[in-house]
Design a protein around this ligand. Structure first.
Ligand SMILES: [Zn+2]
Length: 135
């Protein structure tokens, strides 16, 4: 289990920009890095093209996995957006969590975006801290 994830301002902004760009649909993508520190944000097309769920395009996802491997990085997280909230993992998110990585949810309430991280295991989502990698 990963207990924390460091994600610097530049990478947070990359997640938020992608989430904004896909509105009103959910956006999704991968977070890769080393030692729990995010170094790459890789947007992946939401094949579901839905405002309430996401399915990563399998070809883009595979290509991203290969790229992460070629850089010698690890898959640390999967992010997706909740354009109309909530800030926490949904029942579907918990049911469909297929990888042992941090699930980062980028939620929008009003005009405000929030990033929160969750570890999902055995049907339960446990919040884990997202640290600023800048400090
Ligand atoms: Zn979700």
């Amino acid at each position: 289990m990963i207990r924390r994830l460091s994600i610097g301002k530049e990478h947070r902004n990359a997640v938020l920009r992608h989430a904004e760009s896909q509105l009103p649909l959910e956006a999704c993508g991968l977070l890769a890095g080393r030692d729990g520190r995010v170094e790459k944000v890789i947007p992946v097309r939401n094949q579901a093209q839905s405002p309430v769920r996401f399915v990563m395009d399998p070809y883009e996802q595979l290509a991203a996995f290969d790229w992460i491997d070629s850089l010698g990085l690890d898959l640390l997280g999967i992010f997706h957006s909740h354009p109309a909230g909530p800030e926490t993992a949904s029942v579907t998110d918990i049911a469909e969590a297929a990888y042992e990585v941090v699930h980062v949810i980028c939620s929008r309430v009003g005009m405000q975006w929030t990033l929160r991280g969750f570890w999902i295991e055995n049907g339960q989502a446990t919040e884990i801290p997202l640290l600023s990698a800048d400090s």
